[in-house]
Design a protein around this ligand. Sequence first.
Ligand SMILES: [Mg+2]
Length: 324
Amino acid sequence: MLITLNERTLQLRSPIATAHGTTTHRKIIEITVQQDGFFGYGESAPLPGFGLETFEETQAALAEWSKNPHSLPTLPAALSGAATALDYLEQSKSQIGLPAGSVAVQALVSATNISSLEKQITDAINDGYSAVKLKVAASDAMTDIKRIDIAVKLIDNQAVLRLDANGGWTTREALDVLTSTNTSRVALVEEPTSDPENWQQIYEETGICIGADEHLTDQAQINRLVDLEAAQTFVLKPSVLGGPPPTREIASEAARNNINVIISSFLDGPIALRAARDLALELAPLEIHGLGTAPLFVEDLPIDVQPVNGYLRRPQTNAPKTFI
Ligand SMILES: [Mg+2]
């Protein structure tokens, strides 16, 4: 097997502020695997503050794997990219095409400045998104209450609002913010606090469904989430979880426990975004997924990962060869 690695950087149009810090660009390692004339593609892009390895560690792990392909990387971002490339290599070898399809995706809004916030939400509604996700807990609670209020009013009944605190609130702050505003249009809050112990209480007191995201990177934490009945939705990021195989396993576990699944980008580049789209089509085709992130970049990403009217579309791919 021949493995080649290529580095690129994608610039965000505006910095994305979360409770983990501010992101201005994404450094990405693109992976190509080649065997017997078939190809597979993956992408690794760790992000500081999300519990992953550093970019330099990803570089070293993938370089080592490229010399020794039988030993997969163990670091999560490196493994995710490698496993994605191998999954597509197998898909390519099977010569069975993936059917055309489309999935609904949400717009991601993180602006803290009010006029930028209003513009981003208005643009999302005008662009046809059926869900808007607002990053919260990156500033104080009063600012969040004001931002959520504006979002609820602008969205009205044209879309649902989702919130993502990235674990940045205390239980008191979560309850204060989520009961101080008109949250009837808030469909989900991801990782309201850093400890799932009180998520069920937050769900019961606010009526807002809770999404687990950062807590899905470890099986012991997944078991605890299930035991605590802490989340109604699992937000799966294939580029963090180890690529398609573990994503499929966690989705199965979620289904067994009546937990919904949303597939989400990790501010991914085009290859990981495409892979996440394909997993969304495979695992939860009727959900609204966190995959509307391509327009956040200055660079024009390929058309098949760009949302159109709030949907990502997959053209028919890898059509099997026909012989006459
Ligand atoms: Mg999240």
